[in-house]
Design a binder for this molecule. Structure first.
Ligand code: SF4
Length: 380
């Protein structure tokens, strides 16, 4: 390799993966790498994909497959897959993509510079998966993809085990970062002129439950709001069972905290919510919304919905439609269910036909579009 090696990293998926890619880019830049703007100009190519939806995984694998020719023309180039799909598919990725040099799961991404060094030295394939406890190193590299907005991870993993979700299996149980490290990172961003800061966690509302001492998410928000500098602190994602009145009061009270609440409902049917192991019913969800609206009047409210979960009847679907009509979210992200082994719902019969899932998906998109449009008129 040349004196200054270059890296090309591409992300397929969610904000957590975006942040992980940015982190790996940052630690590689600090090790002397520079950025390449396309795979054919790079010494190292890394793809990072979310595995929550099969579609993102398949798209990443197909895109990595297309890089085979680059590897053939330049056998010295190092190609790797990192993140949730690496954790999920593991060693099997070497079979489907024989030109890959490394597979690095979610808990090992801090060691990517060492993995690259080893490959240069030994020219052997490297598999690093299965580290689903502990934290990433508190390296806090300076590199950020944007000049005004930044993601800050406050926790990794999830303990909720919703039956359709692969996250606990590819990111492990919830581990909160230490509050001092988070505050230091946010403070540093504010000093550098960042205003929009999004705190990331699978369930930000349960932040701190695994830590010793008197800390929780609301206390963390208060500590951030007290920092000097103009700020708009957002967060995602909230679980309805853990989104507390105290959180809503804090959002209503503090100027530096965004009034946007993303509260995934997933379904309006109590039967489906139970089978999803969401641990709330529609009545509980609606009561949370009512409290939020009262406490934070000038707000923005968004949600996630899954259609076609196993056993979803027309009646269940009508309950979801009714929930969307009642709440009138500013926006809703609507997904068609697909099984994600080893998540438990993958053992349930995927009995809602594809055409029905598509029809329900279209119907909700149309419904939500008209709600969002009218909301915008009211909002303006
Ligand atoms: S709360 Fe449920 S859907 Fe969200 S990451 Fe955890 S297991 Fe997945």
């Amino acid at each position: 390799m040349k004196n200054k090696s270059s890296v090309y990293i591409r992300t397929f998926g969610c904000q957590m993966n975006e942040r992980d890619s940015e982190f790996v880019t940052g630690i590689l830049l600090e090790k002397g790498f520079c950025l390449a703007d396309s795979p054919d100009k790079a010494d190292v190519v890394i793809y990072n994909s979310c595995s929550v939806r099969k579609h993102a995984e398949d798209r990443m694998i197909s895109n990595m497959g297309q890089l085979k020719k680059i590897k053939k023309d330049n056998p010295d180039i190092i190609m790797g897959i990192m993140g949730c799909t690496a954790e999920h598919r593991g060693k099997g990725l070497f079979n489907s993509l024989p030109h890959l040099d490394f597979v690095c799961g979610t808990g090992n991404i801090g060691t990517i510079p060492d993995i690259i060094k080893k490959i240069i030295k030994k020219r052997e394939k490297e598999l690093h998966v299965g580290k689903l406890s502990g934290h990433l190193p508190e390296a806090n590299p300076r590199h950020r993809n944007d000049k005004r907005s930044a993601y800050v991870s406050i926790s990794r993993g999830c303990n909720n085990y919703c039956t359709y979700c692969i996250v606990p299996y590819v990111r492990g149980n919830e581990r909160s970062r230490r509050p001092d490290d988070i505050i230091k990172e946010v403070e540093d961003l504010l000093v550098r002129g960042y205003v929009n800061i999004t705190l990331l966690g699978q369930n930000v509302n349960s932040y701190g439950k695994d830590l010793e001492g008197n800390i929780n998410f609301v206390k963390l928000l208060r500590a951030m709001d007290a920092l000097n500098g103009k700020k708009n602190i957002k967060f995602m994602t909230s679980h309805p069972k853990d989104a507390s009145i105290e959180l809503f009061e804090t959002m209503g009270e503090l100027k530096g905290i965004s009034k946007h609440l993303h509260l995934p409902a997933q379904s309006g049917s109590d039967k489906i919510l139970l089978n999803m192991n969401r641990r709330y019913d529609s009545k509980y969800y609606l009561s949370k919304i009512k409290h939020f609206r009262k406490i934070v009047p000038d707000h923005m409210l968004t949600t996630d919905v899954i259609v076609g979960f196993p056993g979803e009847t027309e009646k269940d679907f009508e309950a979801t439609k009714s929930l969307l009509k009642q709440v009138r979210f500013n926006a809703a992200y609507i997904f068609k269910y697909s099984p994600r082994p080893p998540a438990p719902s993958s053992k349930m019969e995927d009995d809602v036909p594809r055409e029905v899932k598509e029809k329900r998906h279209r119907e909700l998109l149309v419904l939500q579009k008209s709600i969002s449009k009218n909301k915008r008129i009211l909002y303006d």
